[in-house]
Every structure is written in structure tokens, then in C-alpha cells.
Design a protein around this ligand. Structure first.
Ligand SMILES: Cc1ncc(C[n+]2csc(CCOP(=O)(O)OP(=O)(O)O)c2C)c(N)n1
Ligand SMILES: [Mg+2]
Length: 589
């Protein structure tokens, strides 16, 4: 055994658990942790400009690669409360991040000490586990258990709060023989897999709804293999987007009230059976349970037992890790295929593929100010299949999901459930820290961009290049659209006459000037025919200068984006394309 401070032992555990970098903001109550980081020199640190930014960076870092766990660090009091939004976002989307906070010394905890707040209680509802460690000896083992908790079952975040005197107390700890605790992941049984597949085989028009749990389980290849083996089309959820490439013949589109394709909803409504894997029947995917489930049989596979039956009772439920379930599904389906008992799905798959080719939305507008649809058309053309998109919320994100294309898992990094404005920019930086190579394109509305805009300085300081497409309508666009129901346009306008920047022509903030002020590069585009060259230039500038490059696109101020209260009642505000159905040979779809 070796004698060391409790916080040094914690740093040893972080190393052994694979942590190589963390994101944070120092402060007096967490300085012992920073001292241990400094002395050991084994774990890098990215200095955020806002502690909330650090928590979203950690989440972007986790989402970028299977096995990653982002770590965010802050002092006592407001640093912890600033990270609550990050914990909520990670918790809601089943993403593990570890949040470390400093705390007042134990003896001062109930004395209204400076920056002492009960963060353990505040964080409880938005974490898998939140704990103030009161015994120094428990520190390394608490960190060990945090990693076990984050990785077991449904993944999610953990907060560890460390009183100052707990961090600095000396303990006995042997880092050399440290070993991570075993991780618990429930697995489907063979009998369960046979039952689920028998139900799928009995159906006429089956679908797989592929959720983010498949990406979390790193099981996307198995999903595609299973779809190909059975011939069953796949509807990815927003969290599962990328699990099957958009151009795969069995990718049938996304369904939902907002982030959905016309063909995705039409196909879901045509189906008579849904096998949901690692998904949670989110209400913006389903709309009302009644419309979503009517005339359909459901099997639900989820790693978290209490997810089965939470939103509606499926006809059959299986508690399993998605990878383990898909492994079994594959072996059962292979046997049935060999035995000739697996149903042929080519006619149904051809039907779905035909809808995918014919039920589109128009994008080739050439109006000035630019219509958003055109921006996504140009993005699809400019950014290749390796592009990783990062986005959060707003008309920008909704239209992005309707029009962009994603071809790989972990290449649509979107805060699905919580949707906290400001998430995009720091999350993109976290993805860049996790992967120095992949092309990253972030997508924000002007308000999302302004929320945590100061994190641009982090990108410039730490040389974290990526392209940020900022679609500026000088509006809280999504809320403006929602306010139509109240016949108002109230407190949603971001436009003003900028006395320093008359060239913004009443749109208000000069985002190019702000981005440049933070040490980044920026381009403003007002003409739709300039989008292509701006995207090309932005990629080259990011490469050359190794800083974030903002492409600010001046949009028309009011464009309503397709959405509705039910998957069979989505309002199309703009022109749709109903293309003629070519006569197709099912073999060629
Ligand atoms: C912290 C937070 N506050 C409020 C909201 C509600 N909200 C959702 S979208 C939105 C407006 C987004 O505006 P912008 O980023 O410009 O995107 P647009 O819809 O205009 O494309 C607001 C206020 C939110 N998601 N998060
Ligand atoms: Mg806007």
C-alpha cells in the first residue's frame, strides 16, 4: 500500500478507468484535485469559460466514441449548480458523464459556509447516483463505484462531491493492483429471442425501431446485419439516427412529430408490427400512444427493466442489453433462414423504399433571404458521408433532422430529450477533443449559438477546429412557430438595430464580429448561391487555422417547419414533393 491524499488516489482511479482528459473550471474548493492533476501530469484539462459548457463538453466527449466517459470538474456552490443542466441532459439521453465538485470542509457543511450548497440533493433527480463523500478512505472506492454505475444497465451520469478536507486527508491506497469493478448488463435468453422473432415472423409488415441504446451498446453493425438477414426495414429514432446509414435500402426514415421524414411516418403507419430495441417511445417520436399503437403489435427490448411498460404496455417485453439481444436474434434468425421458415419481406421492403424515394420535401429554393431548406441541401452536397453533425434544439435542429443525411453511428450527436439551448457549441468541442480527425459540423439557430457563445474562446485557445453552421433568423424560431397557436409573436424576436454594425440590416447581433473577437474565423452568407463556396472555405479555414469556423447564414425571418400533434397529422407548411412512383423491381431496392 502507499500513503497519499484521498484526491490523489481518486486521480489514480480515473487513470485506471481510462480517463485521459477532463473539462472544467477551477476554484478554491477543488484546488486539491487540480494540484493532483498538476503533479501527476497524466490527465489533460480543457479550461471551459462557463461550467455548464464543461458539462456539455464532457457529454460530447462521451458520445463521440464507444467506451468514452467525459469528466467535468468544478468547485463548490455555483459550479455544481451550473453543471446541473449538463447532468440532466446526460441523464435524459442515457449518456454517462462523471461530474466532480469541490465542497466546503465537512465541519462547515451546516454553517452556511461560502459557496457551500447541498449539491448531492440538488443533483439526485438528474443522476444515477449523487454523493458527497464524507470519509476520505471511501474516495477511491466511490470513484470506482461511479464508473461501475455509469457503465451498468442504462448508462447515465454520476456526481461525486468532495469536501475540501476529505480531498486533502491522507489514506492508504494501492493504485498498482486497482481493477475496475465488473459491469452489469442484463442479457436476453434464447427463449425470449425465439418468442420475439416468432411474433415478428407472424407479422405482415414488420419494422425495427432502432433507439440510442443500440449506439450505446456499440451494436450498430449487428443491427444492420439483423435487418439484412430478415429483410425488415428500420426506423431509427432521433437518438438512434446513424445506427443504419441513411442510404441503406432498409433505412425506412425517421418517424415523429418534428424530426421525422414524410416517408418515415407513412411507413410506420402502414406497419403492423414494431420491434423496438434500445428506444424509449419518446413522446415526440410517438405522438399519442393511441395513434402510434393502433393496429400494431409491439415487442420492446430495453436494458432498463422499468422502461418496459413505462409509456405503454408492449405485447412482449425483453430486458436486455441491445448487443446481447441482437446477437441472439441473429443466431435464431440464421437458423430459421437455413430451415426456410423466415418470411420473405421483399415486397414490404420495396413498398417502404418506394415511399422513401417519392415522399419528399422541396429544398431547391433560390430566394434571398435564404430559405432554410436550401441550406440543408447545400450542406448535404458540401459535407461528405464522414461528417459528424452536432445540434441541440430549435427549428434549425428540426429541419436539420428532416433534411440532412447521416451515414454512421455517433455522427448525429444531438441532445434528444433535454434540449438545453447552448449545448451545441461545447458539445462539438467535446467531440473534437475525443476525435482529432473526424469532420465536425455543428448546427445552431442564432439563440442556441448565443447561449454559450463564450466557449468559442475555448476552441480558439485549445485549437479545436470544426465548422459551425449558424442559421440566423433573428428569432426564437421554434417558439415563434409555437406561438401561432396563441395568435402572438411575443418576446421571441432577436432582431434590433445594432448601432455598431449597420450591415446586419436589423438582424441585431454581428455574429461574425463576435466569433472573430473570440479568436475564431467566420463567414457571413446572404446569397444562396454562395453557400457552397462558404462551406468549402470554412472547412479549409478550420484546417488551416485550427480554430472553430462559423458560417453565419442569414435566413428569411419566418419559415414554418413541418410538425404536428400526431404522426398522422403533421402539417406541411412548405412545398412537398410527391414524385411519380417508378415501376420497380423489388430486387433493385
Ligand atoms: C434553456 C432553454 N430555454 C428555453 C428553451 C425553449 N426553446 C426551445 S427552441 C428555442 C428557440 C431557439 O431559437 P434558435 O436557437 O434561434 O433556433 P430557431 O428555432 O430560430 O432555428 C427556445 C427558446 C430551451 N430549449 N432551452
Ligand atoms: Mg433563430
Amino acid at each position: 500500500m502507499a500513503r497519499m491524499t484521498a484526491i490523489e488516489a481518486a486521480v489514480h482511479v480515473l487513470e485506471k478507468e481510462g480517463v485521459t482528459v477532463c473539462f472544467g473550471v477551477p476554484g478554491a474548493a477543488i484546488n486539491p484535485f487540480y494540484a493532483a492533476l498538476f503533479r501527476r501530469g497524466t490527465i489533460g484539462h480543457v479550461l471551459a469559460r462557463h461550467v455548464e459548457g464543461a458539462s456539455h463538453m464532457a457529454e460530447g466527449y462521451t458520445r463521440a466514441r464507444a467506451g468514452n466517459i467525459g469528466v467535468c470538474v468544478g468547485t463548490s456552490g455555483p459550479a455544481g449548480t451550473d453543471m446541473i443542466t449538463g447532468l440532466y441532459s446526460a441523464w435524459a439521453d442515457s449518456i454517462p458523464i462523471l461530474c466532480l465538485t469541490g465542497q466546503a470542509p465537512r465541519a462547515r457543511l451546516y454553517k452556511e459556509d461560502f459557496q457551500a450548497v447541498d449539491i448531492e440533493s440538488i443533483a439526485k433527480p438528474v443522476t444515477k447516483w449523487a454523493v458527497t463523500v464524507r470519509e476520505p478512505g471511501q474516495v477511491p472506492y466511490t470513484v470506482a463505484q461511479a464508473f461501475q454505475t455509469m457503465r451498468s444497465g442504462r448508462p447515465g451520469p454520476v456526481l461525486i462531491d468532495l469536501p475540501l478536507d476529505v480531498q486533502t486527508a491522507e489514506i492508504e491506497f494501492d493504485p498498482d493492483t486497482y481493477h475496475p469493478l465488473p459491469v452489469y448488463k442484463p442479457r436476453a435468453t434464447r427463449a425470449q429471442a425465439e418468442k420475439a422473432l416468432a411474433m415478428l415472423n407472424a407479422a405482415e409488415r414488420p419494422l425495427i425501431v432502432a433507439g440510442g441504446g443500440i449506439i450505446n451498446a456499440d451494436a450498430c453493425e449487428r443491427l444492420v446485419e439483423f435487418a439484412e438477414l430478415t429483410g425488415v426495414p428500420v426506423i431509427p429514432t432521433l437518438m438512434g439516427w446513424g445506427a443504419i446509414p441513411d442510404d441503406h435500402p432498409l433505412m425506412a426514415g425517421m418517424a415523429g412529430l418534428q424530426t421525422a421524414h414524410r416517408y418515415g411516418n407513412a411507413t410506420l403507419l402502414q406497419s403492423d408490427f414494431v420491434l423496438g430495441i434500445g428506444n424509449r417511445w419518446a413522446n415526440r417520436h410517438t405522438g399519442s400512444v393511441d395513434v402510434y399503437t393502433r393496429g400494431r403489435t409491439f415487442v420492446h427490448v430495453d436494458i432498463e427493466p422499468t422502461q418496459i411498460g413505462r409509456v405503454f404496455m408492449p405485447d412482449y417485453g425483453i430486458v436486455s442489453d441491445a448487443a446481447a439481444a441482437l446477437d441472439l436474434f441473429l443466431s435464431v434468425a440464421e437458423e430459421w433462414k437455413t430451415a426456410g421458415t423466415l418470411k420473405d419481406r421483399s415486397a414490404w421492403a420495396a413498398d417502404c423504399a418506394r415511399r422513401k424515394r417519392t415522399m419528399l420535401r422541396r429544398t431547391d429554393f433560390d430566394a434571398t433571404p435564404i430559405k432554410p431548406q436550401r441550406v440543408y441541401e447545400e450542406m448535404n452536397r458540401a459535407f461528405g458521408p464522414d461528417t459528424c453533425y452536432v445540434s441541440t434544439i430549435g427549428l434549425s435542429q428540426i429541419a436539420g433532422a428532416q433534411f440532412l443525411h447521416v451515414y454512421k453511428p455517433r455522427h448525429w450527436i444531438n441532445c434528444g430529450q433535454a434540449g438545453p439551448l447552448g449545448w451545441t457549441l461545447p458539445a462539438a468541442l467535446g467531440v473534437r477533443v475525443a476525435d482529432p480527425r473526424r469532420p465536425i459540423v455543428a448546427l445552431s439557430g442564432d439563440y442556441d449559438f448565443q447561449f454559450l457563445i463564450e466557449e468559442l474562446a475555448v476552441g480558439a485557445q485549445f485549437k479545436l477546429p470544426y465548422v459551425h453552421v449558424l442559421v440566423n433568423n433573428a428569432y426564437l424560431g421554434l417558439i415563434r412557430q409555437a406561438q401561432r397557436a396563441f395568435q402572438m409573436d411575443f418576446q421571441v424576436q432577436l432582431a434590433f438595430e445594432n448601432i455598431n454594425a449597420p450591415h446586419t440590416a436589423g438582424y441585431g447581433v454581428d455574429h461574425v464580429a463576435v466569433a472573430e473577437g473570440f479568436g475564431c474565423k467566420a463567414i457571413r452568407v446572404t446569397d444562396p448561391d454562395r453557400l457552397a463556396s462558404a462551406f468549402a472555405d470554412a472547412q479549409a479555414m478550420a484546417q488551416q487555422h485550427q480554430v472553430p469556423v462559423v458560417v453565419e447564414v442569414i435566413l428569411e425571418r419566418v419559415t414554418n417547419i413541418a410538425m404536428g400533434p400526431e404522426i398522422d397529422a403533421v402539417t406541411e407548411f412548405e412545398e412537398v414533393l410527391d414524385l411519380p412512383e417508378p415501376a420497380l423491381d423489388p430486387v433493385h431496392v
